[in-house]
Design a protein. Sequence first.
Length: 287
Amino acid sequence: MKLQIPQPQQVSLFIPTKYDIMVYGPSGSGKTEYGGTWSEHGTVLMADADNGILSIKASPRIKHKDRIYRVPITDKADDPHIKQPIGYLTIKQIVEDVAATGMYGNVKPATIILDSATTIGTFAMSHTLFVNKRAEPVLRDWGQQMKRMIDLVTLARSIKDVNFIYIAHEQYTKDEISGQIWCLPLITGKLAAQISLYFDEVYHSKVMQVGDKSQYVLETKPTGIITAKSRFDLPSPVPTHYDSIKGSIEKLKSGGQTDESSQSTDSKVGIGFPKSVATSTAPTPVG
């Protein structure tokens, strides 16, 4: 068999067709709501392991809640005869179905959201312990858990023309040698520091006080503590809303020039929500 070596391609001809984004931050900082705002782009399929549905239902900033479909994820089956933990397997099946057919149940998503990586990691470990017939993890189990999570992310990223948003909580870690403190996604083991390698966009969510008002924002650039990045070179911070990024791919298509109508309010007048923002079971729509 002869190795097929790819030929060089002109960079200007490469145009992405989707966004792969990780959003992490403290509870109540708008992570799940941010995912919900992607309903402005099209149908959203949300694997909800954190029971974050109330954030979406109550949000005045999500206009198209009828486009959001939620699959509630638990680790324990309703059938008492099933002793195997099912959380990780359920999420894996959702991603596999969309990757294979473009659909899950009767839903054809434009964006798939996994909420959250923190809870999914717990599910991946319970599945690993069940498979290995252990009550407590050993070093080998942590390695298998990390591989399962990486495989899940890699598969979700591979889905053509479907945006992928991965949500996680945050943790602060300290380097015992240098004393440096880092804010990272709350994922166990070495994967916490490595997970950003699998995404083009990594945002840290927070609530920022502006005068007497609180605004939900995303930090898109790294600081001395915060891990973040934007290969679309977004300003930092930006409002926690789909409008903040929606013109990025169009900008690449036009050779760097974005139409004024596709720019977020943030890029023109500073931080502030865009004017358009209102103050294996089939998934069910959020209405």
